[in-house]
Write a protein that binds this ligand. Structure first.
Ligand code: BES
Ligand code: ZN
Ligand code: ZN
Length: 486
């Protein structure tokens, strides 16, 4: 997709389409008087409608060079930047349905960078479609090929900002692609191959450990999860080194269970197809690695992705098996469906060797998180409150909302085991997201850590700027979080 810029007076700019957002009383976002005047008669006549989502086309608008202006109704008032994201997405969907492949947006008069960003993201994130396995390509919607951005001169950094936002959205879409890929195609080995290809294209280093190397290194807890699968495990270790390093090291760890059948603690069949998205944490970390160089991240970033497939078979881990983790602590695996924490335990121990300033893990870890927070909010907990705060603030800014749950120490006893140091599941199902967090905490020592339970990232219905299924949430938040922790 090509992005061009102009800071000429809006009246002088020519193009096929311009999207303009306005409240139902005719107040135009960006407050451009010429546009307001143009819209006024449609507001008076009632043609602009009253509800958010109503719209009106103005063809050959007087005083403008655009062929058409699409005025999109935001309803009564603009509640926040995400309204701009949703509205721009819907307006683009409308134009796209008319077979257009291009549009202009005006950023002039838009206050904060976050609002401009929201409009651009609405276009790009809406335009996403995973179509690899659709053979009738002609049935697919048009794709956005060109965006023209109008702005006022005052915004010196705008072009650079837009470039970065675009890069970050592309990383989000790469994470989505991985989440949408069917699990017979995306398994630990192929995921590692994709990561290797991306390392060359996007400027980060990678080392991949295979199943034997993982065992030799003593990561037997991770090893236990892949035992039932015919696919070999992979552990991806990635590093991005900036040209002028800030001195901080962020380490991101992502759960990548390429398919979670539950193992011998088999899941019921109804929700099982969704479990192809159980590598969503790993997808976030890989997507993130692809944007660091191009978005000019000033920090050293380590990405760790343990990838396994959780399957039942004669060689699978049995409920009640005991394994030794990389940390030396032992775990009794009482439920093979609580496997994400097992692969993360070893990866979190591994993380310490990079002497990271901060470690953040992403995992589609517990169904309980969906019960607690619903399908639109992700859970966060951690040992370093400023990091947790930055995750919540960043999530609010980019509308990938995170809400904190406590690492409640009194619940630690729930993980007691008669035979090993810990059980991998709580003795009660209540508070399942917290007990999972407390389990991880046993392995996240020696650094400042936060855990993001993004179970909801694989549960999305197709709406607004989200596709059906895996939505890639976490990439935009993590980039913003690193900015806030500067
Ligand atoms: N991958 C699942 C968590 C999940 C469930 C994510 C539904 C998204 C939607 C995880 O591995 C799992 O199965 N967790 C169990 C833990 C339990 C056995 C303690 C769960 O949440 O039921
Ligand atoms: Zn599971
Ligand atoms: Zn899982």
């Amino acid at each position: 997709m090509k992005i061009t810029f102009t800071s000429a007076a809006l009246e002088e700019v020519s193009g096929r389409n311009l999207i303009v957002l306005a409240t139902r009383d005719g107040k135009v976002v960006g407050d451009q008087p010429g546009l307001k005047q143009l819209l006024a008669p449609y507001v008076e006549s009632g043609e602009f409608g009253k509800n958010s989502g109503d719209m009106v086309y103005v063809m050959d608008p007087e005083g403008f060079q655009f062929k058409r202006i699409l005025f999109y109704n935001l309803g009564k008032k603009l509640k926040g930047a995400d309204d701009l994201r949703i509205a721009t997405a819907a307006a683009w969907k409308e134009l796209r349905s008319k077979n257009f492949t291009e549009t202009a947006l005006s950023f002039a008069g838009l206050g904060r960078g976050l609002e401009q960003r929201a409009m651009l993201e609405g276009l790009i994130l809406m335009d996403y479609k995973y179509s690899e396995f659709k053979t009738k390509k002609e049935k697919l919607p048009n794709r956005l090929e060109a965006v023209q951005i109008h702005h006022d001169d005052a915004e010196a950094n705008l072009e650079n900002n837009v470039h970065n936002w675009h890069v970050i959205c592309r990383g989000t879409c790469r994470a989505r692609d991985l989440m949408q890929m069917p699990p017979n195609v995306l398994h630990p080995e192929s995921m590692a191959e994709i990561a290797k290809a991306w390392s060359g294209e996007h400027g980060f280093d990678i080392e991949v450990m295979d199943g034997q190397a993982i065992r030799d290194a003593g990561m037997l807890c991770m090893d236990s999860v892949g035992r039932g699968s015919e696919k070999d495990n992979r552990f991806m270790i990635m590093e991005y080194k900036p040209e002028n390093p800030s001195g901080k090291t962020f380490c991101f760890v992502g759960k990548a269970v390429t398919f979670d059948s539950g193992g011998l603690s088999l899941k019921p069949s109804a929700g099982m197809p969704e479990m192809k998205g159980d590598m969503g944490g790993g997808a976030v970390v890989l997507g993130l690695m692809t944007v660091l160089r191009d978005a000019g991240c000033p920090h050293r970033v380590i990405g760790l992705v343990p990838a396994v497939e959780n399957m039942p078979s004669g060689s699978a881990t049995r409920p009640s098996d005991v394994v030794k983790t990389l940390s030396g602590k032992t775990v009794e695996i009482n439920n093979t469906d609580a496997e994400g924490r097992l692969i993360l335990a070893d990866a979190l121990t591994y993380a310490a060797r990079f002497e990271p300033t901060y470690v953040v893990d992403f995992a589609t870890l517990t169904g309980a998180c969906l019960v607690a927070l619903g399908t639109k909010i992700y859970g966060v907990m951690g040992t370093h409150q400023p990091l947790v705060d930055a995750i919540m603030a960043a999530g609010t800014d980019v509308h990938e909302p995170f809400w904190q749950l406590p690492l409640w120490e009194e619940y630690e006893d729930l993980l007691d085991s008669a035979t090993a140091d810990f059980s991998n599941v709580g003795s009660t199902r209540w508070g399942g997201t917290i007990t999972a967090g407390l389990f991880l905490k046993q392995f996240a020592d020696n650094y400042q850590w936060a855990h993001c339970d993004i179970a909801a990232a694989m549960m999305e219905n197709a709406e607004d700027y989200y596709p059906e299924g895996g939505n890639g949430a976490g990439v935009r938040m993590a980039m913003r979080m690193m900015e806030l922790m500067d």
